[in-house]
Ligand binder design. Structure first.
Ligand code: SF4
Ligand code: SF4
Length: 371
């Protein structure tokens, strides 16, 4: 087991930067942990924790020097791999009346993501299947995804809305990273256990001059891994895929719709949601047209527009679409659940609708997934 000091994070940021990566990671802005560019370890949310509940999020001081002592904020890595708005292609009219195409955006930088939670690694894998694993590969996503360097951080203190254990995605990462860190703070010290997950991760780790863990450090790290699952705030019980598939006419959809604002917050914070709209934007002279893709949501009425108008005209229909796709039909479409148990949709729902409560309530009535 290899160990590095917390101060090695400064060197890690600079080494990645020297290697040509744009380094992004967690930082504090406007009362939340958000992902942004890092210039050094002082940009990390040192000593900050976060409390999560239904429609509730607050930062707090932890009283220690933890670098990764928070859970997750409203941002996910989706904003870098599948940005909220991007120009996919520009179409230029030539003087001879023909046209040619040009890239919509400058080539993306190579990025290193620092502080990727295990559920977020799983979310990236889900979006990889959506954008790269289908008959047509999404070139814009692929260009940003290729060459990303992933520094994962295992969760020591899952939050009040986390349920990654139920979804099999955490709280410890077992693959899909270049380097994985476990931060340990106990009475005897503060250190990071580092595991390489790729050759590039191994080379970077050696440049950080790690040392072998002492017996006490090994025991402390193993305690973190053992105890973290029990700190999970929520669980998803039973087989949500099966429960929802047989509950399309359940009265709970209407009951939840009476509270749901159809605001789309849950889909925007979700690290796997990928609904988008495409607009063609010609200039007034008809010389250039841009094809722009921007995030959309199945909670927006217009998103279900087909010939004659939208077909999901009620909030109940939209909520049912979101939940059944995410937890049930996603399996048939992409071979996995669309939920990784990060809890963001619970934390950031302004009226506190809880995906785990909904499945439990529907399952209790249909004999499949009650508490
Ligand atoms: S479930 Fe909550 S976050 Fe999602 S659309 Fe309804 S009110 Fe908004
Ligand atoms: S549905 Fe909710 S808990 Fe599941 S991945 Fe999306 S935001 Fe996270």
């Amino acid at each position: 087991m290899r160990v590095i000091a917390p101060q090695a994070m400064e060197k890690l940021v600079h080494l990645l930067s020297d290697d040509g990566y744009e380094v992004v990671g967690p930082t504090v802005r406007e009362g939340a942990i958000v992902y942004d560019r890092l210039g050094g370890m002082d940009d990390l949310p040192i000593g900050r924790g976060d409390d999560h509940g239904q429609g509730h999020y607050r930062l707090r001081d932890r009283g220690d020097k933890a670098l990764f002592g928070y859970v997750v904020g409203p941002h996910s890595w989706k904003k870098y791999l599948f940005p909220p708005r991007e120009t996919l292609v520009r179409v230029l009219r030539r003087d001879d009346g023909g046209f040619e195409t040009a890239p919509g955006e400058a080539p993306p930088p190579r990025r290193a993501f620092i502080g990727v939670r295990p559920c977020e690694l799983a979310a990236i894998a889900v979006q990889d299947r959506v954008f790269l694993g289908q008959a047509v590969r999404d070139r814009a996503y692929g260009a940003r995804r290729d060459g990303v360097f992933l520094v994962a951080v295992n969760c020591a203190e899952p939050g009040g809305t986390c349920f990654c254990t139920s979804m099999g995605t955490g709280p410890r990462a077992h693959g899909g990273f270049d380097l994985a860190l476990t931060e340990v703070i106990d009475g005897d010290g503060h250190f990071l256990v580092a595991e390489a997950g790729s050759e590039a991760g191994g080379r970077l780790l050696e440049r950080l001059a790690p040392r072998e863990a002492t017996e006490a450090e090994r025991t402390a790290a193993e305690r973190v891994w053992r105890e973290a699952p029990a700190r999970m705030g929520r669980s998803m019980r039973g087989d949500a895929r099966e429960v929802l598939a047989r509950s399309l006419e359940h009265p709970r959809w209407e009951e939840t719709a009476a509270r749901c604002l159809s605001c789309a917050n849950c889909t925007l914070v979700c690290p796997t949601c990928f609904c988008a709209q495409i607009e063609e934007r010609p200039d007034l002279e008809g010389k250039v047209s841009e094809r722009v893709r921007s995030w959309d949501s199945c909670f927006n009425g217009e998103h279900s527009y087909v010939i004659g108008g939208p077909h999901r005209t009620t909030v109940a229909a939209r909520y049912r679409q979101w939940l059944t796709h995410k937890l049930s039909t996603w399996h048939a479409q992409f071979g996995s659940s669309g939920c990784v148990g990060c809890g963001r949709c619970i934390t950031w729902c302004p009226v506190g609708i809880d995906i785990t409560e909904e499945v439990a309530a529907i399952g209790a009535d249909t004999g499949g997934s009650g508490p």
